[in-house]
Design a protein around this ligand. Structure first.
Ligand SMILES: Cc1cc2nc3c(=O)[nH]c(=O)nc-3n(C[C@H](O)[C@H](O)[C@H](O)COP(=O)(O)OP(=O)(O)OC[C@H]3O[C@@H](n4cnc5c(N)ncnc54)[C@H](O)[C@@H]3O)c2cc1C
Length: 397
């Protein structure tokens, strides 16, 4: 068995955080540049939000075409993950559906995404009337007039992907140090010079903070204000009986449900149901992992209303995870604070599906200061200097 690597005394770039974002950045930095890269993770790979992720991959983002384009790039990477990264990942295609009432905000969102997907030749379908009910017989859809389906959406697994990126980055020459916490950063004449940990110091020229919900507290040590709020999201795995599977061999689509929930099939035979942007602010080091009884009742009520044949399903598992929400729910990908310091956070419930693109974009940022995949100005931290709300909205898209 090979030994866990130790923190090197010197390296070019330190990435803090071994979630799907930090590991993706490590992979792209080490494969696309000649930097000596060290990733430092205080726990184990995927121990943070990534390990709890529902790992849904979809392309419909309403009118936000830049996210659609990033998601398409990332999804293509995920489809070829084993070929490109050399590591297998769990992966299953499953349509993702937006249901809407004519004239509502949801309708405008659904149709804007439909138009963009159609224009970009991404398989999509709009269902209404009888076709709506025929297409989704497992759902009770009385209150909706139409649905837009992102036909080639999918889901995967956060731990698989982060572990795959981390192993591949290590094989390409990166040092991946786990069980080591970054405790301080040394700065000299306005430049990052070293990272201090509970297991020694590594001299470095660049530092990337990709520490998910812990990023604000790390950034604060450097005098950088990162306005990201962690929220607890609750997840329940339902265990449908055989009758449900016989009646609906394809289980459920990936879909948002009224009240701030979504469902998707889970690997194996269960159905995952979770909250999205619960608004329940938590400390990422201290939150109740198991959803309480009132959550179970609430989720069951929603199931009974919208997926009636799941009403009797048993509960196979329950846990919570943490979103890192920026005020406008847009990502923060920027160089800020002392020279050599970068931040990648605020993924607001969308970091998994975009992780490959984020790894590439951050590599472009460190290497060239710009990216041909996205307009980096959109993701700047400085947008919060002119307005606390950033781009505004904070929409739970
Ligand atoms: C329940 C749930 C469902 C989700 N579903 C989806 C989905 O369907 N699709 C989607 O796209 N996204 C989804 N997300 C969001 C997505 O999972 C996250 O955006 C993504 O995992 C964030 O990854 P990260 O690497 O930024 O953060 P994390 O995974 O939190 O990684 C940060 C890491 O930094 C480490 N760390 C922190 N401080 C230090 C330190 N001082 N020193 C060293 N290491 C440190 C932590 O231990 C942690 O491992 C979901 C999230 C949750 C919680």
């Amino acid at each position: 068995m090979s030994a866990v690597p130790e923190l090197p005394a010197e390296t070019d770039t330190v990435i803090v955080g071994g979630g799907v974002i930090g590991t993706s950045i490590a992979y792209f930095l080490v494969t696309e540049t000649d930097r000596d890269v060290t990733l430092v993770e205080k726990d184990s790979i995927a121990a943070g939000s990534t390990g709890d992720s529902s790992a849904i991959i979809r392309h419909h983002y309403g009118e936000k075409e830049h996210y659609t384009r990033m998601a398409l790039w990332s999804h293509e990477f995920y489809r070829r993950f084993e070929e490109l990264v050399g590591e297998p990942i769990a992966y299953e295609e499953c349509p993702r559906v937006v249901f809407a009432e004519e004239g509502s905000d949801d309708a405008a969102y659904a149709d804007a995404g439909y138009d963009i997907l159609s224009r970009l030749d991404v398989p999509t379908e709009r269902y209404e009337g009888e076709t709506l009910e025929a297409e989704f017989p497992m759902l009770s859809l009385d209150e909706f007039d139409f649905a837009v389906s992102d036909l080639t959406a999918a889901y995967s697994d956060g731990t698989d992907v982060a572990s795959g990126f981390a192993r591949a980055a290590a094989e390409e020459g990166a040092t991946v140090v786990t069980g080591t916490e970054v405790t301080d950063v040394a700065i000299d004449e306005g430049e990052v010079t070293a990272v201090k940990t509970d297991d020694g110091t590594a001299a470095c020229e660049e530092l990337v903070l990709a520490a998910g919900p812990w990023t604000p507290q790390l950034a604060e040590m450097l005098g950088i204000d990162v306005p990201v709020t962690p929220s607890r999201e609750r997840v329940i795995l339902l265990d449908p009986d055989e009758e449900f599977h016989d009646k609906y061999p394809e289980s459920v689509p990936i879909a948002g449900l009224p009240g701030g929930y979504y469902i998707r099939p889970e690997f194996g035979d269960s159905v995952l149901m979770a909250t999205h942007h619960s608004g329940e602010k938590v400390d990422p080091d201290r939150y109740q992992n198991a959803p309480d009884q009132s959550t179970l009742l609430e989720l069951h009520e929603t199931v009974a209303e919208y997926v009636p044949d799941l009403d009797d399903a048993g509960v196979q598992g329950r846990y919570s995870g943490v979103y890192s929400n920026s005020p406008d729910h847009d990502f923060i990908l920027d160089g800020c604070g002392p020279d050599g310091c970068y931040v990648a956070c605020g993924f607001s419930g969308h970091g998994f599906k975009q992780a490959p693109a984020v790894g590439r974009v951050m590599t472009d940022l460190l290497d060239a200061g710009e990216s041909d995949l996205v307009d980096l100005d959109f993701f700047s931290l400085s947008r919060f200097e002119t307005s606390e709300a950033g781009h505004g909205g904070g929409i739970a898209y």
